[in-house]
Design a protein around this ligand. Structure first.
Ligand SMILES: [Zn+2]
Length: 148
C-alpha cells in the first residue's frame, strides 16, 4: 500500500521545483521565470517521456470537477505534464489541488468557485437555472442560501 499525500500547489512548487518548459515560451502556469506545463503532444511530450518517471507529474481534471496534479505518467483526463527537479518519494501517491470546481450560471453567465457543489446542488434541487448573482431574494430564501 502506497503512502497518500495531499498538498497544495504552492507547497508542491516549493518542495518539488517544477522546471520551466524550454520548448514553448508561452507554456501555461507561468511561475515568473516561464511556463512550467508541458503539452501532451509533439516535442513537449517527447521531452517528458525522456525523464525519469519519479520526476514526471500529470495535470488533469479530478472527479469532483477540480483540477489536480498527480505524480507519475498517465493518460486519463490529462491536460498536461510537469517535470520536477526533485523526484516524488518512492511508494507514494501524491495529489496536489490546483483549482476547485467552478460553477457556471446558464442564466447570467457568472462563474465562480463552488468547492463542494453547494451552490449547484441548492439551485438544482429547485430546478432554478440561477445563481447567487442573479437570483432574487425570494429565490435565495427558497434554495436556502444567503444573499451576498
Ligand atoms: Zn446567475
Amino acid at each position: 500500500m502506497n503512502n497518500f499525500i495531499e498538498m497544495d500547489f504552492d507547497e508542491w512548487c516549493d518542495t518539488y521545483k517544477p522546471i520551466v518548459n524550454h520548448i514553448d515560451n508561452n507554456a501555461s502556469f507561468d511561475n515568473g521565470y516561464g511556463g512550467i506545463m508541458f503539452e501532451t503532444y509533439g516535442d513537449e511530450v517527447a521531452f517528458v517521456k525522456e525523464q525519469p518517471e519519479a520526476n514526471i507529474w500529470m495535470y488533469g481534471d479530478g472527479d469532483d470537477g477540480g483540477s489536480y496534479v498527480w505524480n507519475g505518467w498517465g493518460f486519463v483526463n490529462r491536460l498536461g505534464y510537469f517535470i520536477t527537479e526533485v523526484p516524488c518519494p518512492p511508494d507514494t501517491d501524491m495529489q496536489i489541488r490546483v483549482s476547485y470546481n467552478w460553477f457556471y450560471c446558464e442564466n447570467c453567465s457568472a462563474e465562480f468557485e463552488d468547492p463542494d457543489n453547494t451552490i449547484r446542488d441548492a439551485f438544482d434541487e429547485h430546478d432554478l437555472e440561477k445563481c447567487p448573482e442573479c437570483a432574487t431574494l425570494e429565490e435565495m430564501t427558497l434554495v436556502g442560501l444567503e444573499k451576498k
